[in-house]
Write a protein that binds this ligand. Structure first.
Ligand SMILES: C[S@@+](CC[C@H](N)C(=O)[O-])C[C@H]1O[C@@H](n2cnc3c(N)ncnc32)[C@H](O)[C@@H]1O
Length: 303
């Protein structure tokens, strides 16, 4: 069995002789998952965003595989992941694409089905949106004169394509029949008379649905990584699966540690893999900064 000699140590405690919890490993995710399987480790949630094969400028990784090779690779990731995911576990796969590769997310989803997963939910992650004033007024009685725009809008560079403002989060499970905690991520009723109107509406929370508006934060300085997701995205996925004491979350493509930060917020355990040492370094800095904030009494970092 290969040894974890490239471990960057920050972990909490040794889970097995080779693997420590709350740690990011500089390893290929497929090789690492095989190691997890050999060590008998199983996880509650996998949440991740793989490279999209759109020529993004990563450090170590070349994001330009042959089309079929790329799909085969992600199918292999999916197949291997099934052996470490608990039977009632959830795999949340965030995938977008490029305007000239509109089918890419669906082709990847199809490969996950081939690997034995069932697509239980399709979540639309909306990064930016504009709502016309009359539509805002219609739904909640607010009056504004201009449209309401949330998120970032890059300049229009194409005469053919609309600006892509959305990505997918596919929720895969082994059976397609796993109970999720919808109310944990629910929203309050705008019209409170709905509470009690239906048998199921016993409190001021309703199903949020599968359209999630989560804008990217505005970044003032240079980006340490070209393709991060906002912390709220993995956080909401993990919460939707359901929070259990001692739960373990794995992100095969950890990047600069966003999933780890979400886990720290939720007091969930994590393991991550990432092949680029530079990104792991940034992740470790972000993680220790957050833990320090907490130790200095800022409880908000865990909310
Ligand atoms: C879309 S990014 C993930 C970003 C992450 N969600 C974040 O917020 O920081 C994909 C990452 O996968 C990494 N990667 C590519 N191939 C990998 C492999 N075989 N095993 C582990 N990581 C890999 C890349 O270096 C890149 O950082």
């Amino acid at each position: 069995m290969p040894s974890c000699d490239k471990v960057i140590k920050t972990g909490d405690y040794q889970l097995t002789s080779l693997i420590t919890i709350n740690q990011i490993y500089q390893e290929d995710c497929v090789e690492f998952m095989k190691k997890m399987k050999d060590e008998g480790i199983s996880v509650d949630v996998i949440v991740t965003s793989p490279p999209y094969n759109i020529n993004k400028d990563y450090g170590e990784y070349s994001d330009n595989k042959e089309h079929e090779e790329y799909l085969d690779w992600l199918q292999n990731v999916a197949e291997t992941s099934r052996s470490i995911l608990k039977d009632n576990g959830s795999f949340f796969l965030n995938i977008g694409g490029r305007s000239d590769k509109p089918l890419l997310p669906f082709l990847v989803a199809q490969r996950f089905e081939k690997a034995g997963y069932k697509l239980q939910n399709t979540i639309h992650w909306i990064k930016s949106v504009s709502i016309d004033p009359e539509d805002i007024g219609k739904s909640n009685g607010h009056r504004i004169r201009d449209n309401l725009s949330v998120g970032h809008f890059s300049p229009i560079v194409s005469e053919r394509y609309l600006n892509p403002l959305q990505e997918y989060v596919f929720h895969f499970t082994k059976t397609g029949n796993i109970k999720i905690d919808k109310m944990r991520v629910g929203v309050t009723y705008q019209d409170k008379t709905n509470i009690g109107r239906w048998k199921s509406a016993t409190r001021d929370k309703r199903d949020r649905g599968n359209v999630w508006l989560i804008p990217h934060a505005t970044i003032q300085e240079g980006r340490p990584h070209p393709a991060v997701f906002p912390i709220k995205l993995p956080q909401r996925c993990i919460e939707l699966h359901g929070i259990k004491p001692g739960m373990l979350v794995y992100d095969p493509f950890m990047g600069v540690g966003t999933t780890a930060l979400a886990c720290i917020r939720l007091k969930a355990n994590y393991i991550g893999t990432e092949i680029d040492p530079q990104y792991i370094k940034v992740a470790m800095e972000q993680i220790s900064g957050r833990i320090e904030q907490y130790l200095q009494g800022d409880e908000d970092v865990l909310i």
